[in-house]
Ligand binder design. Structure first.
Ligand SMILES: [Zn+2]
Length: 60
């Protein structure tokens, strides 16, 4: 069992016992460190690579 997970949107570590889990209809599991990330990905459908405060910003 992984002790900690990584936020599916921003890419930063989620502390144990924190964060949100979301299961998509296709069965894939997404982890989010905070509501901000969940909202950005699921509601605003932002691209992490184009969002400044994520770890993926500027990556290919
Ligand atoms: Zn996050």
């Amino acid at each position: 069992m992984p002790r900690k997970s990584i936020c599916s949107f921003c890419g930063f570590d989620i502390p144990i016992g924190r964060g949100l889990m979301f299961v998509r209809r296709d069965g894939s599991i997404l982890h989010f460190c905070c509501k901000k990330c969940r909202k950005s990905m699921l509601e605003q459908k932002k691209n992490p690579r184009k969002t400044r405060w994520t770890k993926f910003y500027g990556q290919e």
